[in-house]
Design a protein around this ligand. Structure first.
Ligand code: AMP
Ligand code: ZN
Length: 468
């Protein structure tokens, strides 16, 4: 399996730190509002990476944080006249609902920055003890030039950064030894949430949070660290400096970054105000369509959001679901159970589609090509099946389509939960159809219910139903 490593700027063969296991850390959102569909891109992309590792038989430990202490959260809390905690709790809950709608597996652990302050105090102290950090008036800074490999991820040169950084000195950090130094701990301002520390009552800088949460839940070294490409610098560069300076080991073997989701070819972001929330999109589309749309492009290519592309994704997804529905329909109607020899051959030939699907995924998670392989399989399924196909053959194709789509997190076999009252209504309709001797309709209703997992029993007391 090959993946593009931002660190080496090359596609590299994936070799896990520990055989059969993979440890992934994905930087999560800052929770001060509903997530927008730009934030959804890394969630969907790296959930798919995780699912592919699971498909390959790896045990995956997947950690993704929520940044729940931040200037933007505090600002929103002041605007609403509530606590910062109330804001972050509210939007974590909303984010989890959106994630469920997009069929994103819950992480093995979703740590919250505010619950990991102890670990941050410890790591900052280690950095001070090792000479990588210093305190000035209650603020603790990381001594960037002391970490010799600084810049290795973003491929930036320290002197170029230095000239760019001078202008930053106006931001009240002129007490720093060097303009390149960044904050690990800062004293609180009036009304802000704070924690006691040896340096001041204050709160952590953003970068130290991820170094600490990754260490605590995944260990000093991890396989993959991921996030959107805007995080390469300074966030991930700083995470590397902190973790490697504190732990004395290489932090992450592979660094993966998704490109932006754009709108009118500009980055979709809250600060530019040109964004759609996942919630807004869910009012118009099933969120599976959004997921399918995101995966229709390679994760390292910029993706432009448009109504046309969403419609195209909706149609594409429907094509797959229709093929799966047809298989289900034939399965419940066919008279033949066992595969013929010819069908056995045909089923064996689907291996080529599985191979292309896997080859695409193993080439730096090329989901666009993986979807193309699924479309080829859909076409094959449509052209090699009919009502005379055996149940076994139909089931073989059905299982394969469900399995490959599941790797992409796309649900193609929706088990619609029928409400009891809807079932009763259909049973009544079936009774009237029978009275009118419209047996075809009566049978159709029975089959329709059966396909949704409801079995009808004609008893002396009337029709009864149960779940299959
Ligand atoms: P934030 O809440 O801004 O820290 O973002 C959370 C995650 O979403 C990070 O991995 C960002 O890189 C990513 N992200 C934010 N905006 C976009 C966008 N327009 N396209 C792709 N990823 C984004
Ligand atoms: Zn992070």
């Amino acid at each position: 399996m090959k993946l593009y490593n931002t660190l080496s700027k090359k596609k590299e063969e994936f070799v896990p730190l520990e055989e059969g296991k993979v440890r992934i850390y994905v930087c999560g959102p800052t929770v001060y509002n509903f997530i927008h569909i730009g934030n959804a891109r890394p969630m969907i992309v790296f959930d798919t990476v995780r699912r592919y590792f699971l498909y390959k038989g790896y045990e995956v430990n997947y950690v993704s944080n929520f940044t729940d202490v931040d200037d933007k959260i505090i600002k929103k809390a002041i605007e609403e006249g509530v606590s910062a905690d109330e804001i972050s709790k509210r939007y974590i809950a909303e984010c989890k609902k959106d994630m469920e709608g997009m069929n994103i597996l819950p992480a093995t652990k979703h740590p919250l920055a505010t619950e990991e302050i102890c670990g941050m105090l410890e790591m900052i102290q280690v950095l001070i003890d090792k000479g990588y950090a210093y305190e000035k008036n209650g603020t603790v800074y990381f001594r960037t030039r002391k970490f010799e490999e600084y810049g290795k991820l973003s491929h930036k040169n320290l002197d170029d950064l230095q000239s760019g950084g001078r202008s930053l000195l106006v931001s009240g950090e002129d007490e720093k030894e060097d303009s390149l130094d960044f904050v690990l701990w800062k004293p609180k301002k009036e009304g802000e949430p704070s924690w006691d520390s040896a340096w001041s009552a204050g709160r952590p800088g953003w970068h130290i949070e991820c170094s600490v949460m990754s260490k605590k839940y995944l260990g000093d070294q991890i396989d993959i660290h991921a996030g959107g490409e805007d995080l390469v610098f300074p966030h991930h560069e700083n995470e590397i400096a902190q973790s490697e300076a504190a732990n004395g080991k290489e932090f992450a073997r592979y660094w993966m970054h998704n490109a932006f989701l754009n709108i009118d070819n500009r980055k979709m972001s809250k600060s530019l105000g040109n964004f759609f929330t996942v919630r807004e999109i869910s009012e118009k589309y099933d969120l599976q369509v959004l997921r399918f749309f995101m995966l229709s492009a390679h994760y390292r290519s910029p993706l432009n959001f448009s109504a046309e592309l969403m419609e195209a994704s909706k149609n594409g997804l429907e094509r797959i679901i229709t093929a799966v529905d047809n298989l289900k329909f034939h399965m419940s109607n066919t008279q033949t159970e066992k595969m013929t020899d010819e069908e056995q051959d045909k089923l064996a030939r689907t291996e080529t589609y599985v191979k292309s699907f896997e080859a695409a995924m193993e080439d730096d998670f090329n989901t666009a090509d993986a979807i193309a392989a699924i479309f080829d399989l859909v076409k094959y399924s449509n052209t090699t099946t009919d009502e005379k196909s055996s149940k076994e053959y139909l089931k073989g194709l059905f299982d394969l389509l469900v399995k490959l789509n599941d790797v992409l997190g796309i649900i193609v076999d929706k088990k619609e939960e029928l409400l009891a009252e809807d079932i009763e209504k259909l049973i009544e309709e079936r009774q009237s159809a029978r009275k009118e001797k419209n047996f075809a309709r009566a049978d159709e209703i029975r089959d329709e219910l059966l396909a949704k997992g409801i079995i009808l029993e004609d008893t002396r007391e009337g029709v009864k139903w149960k779940k299959a």
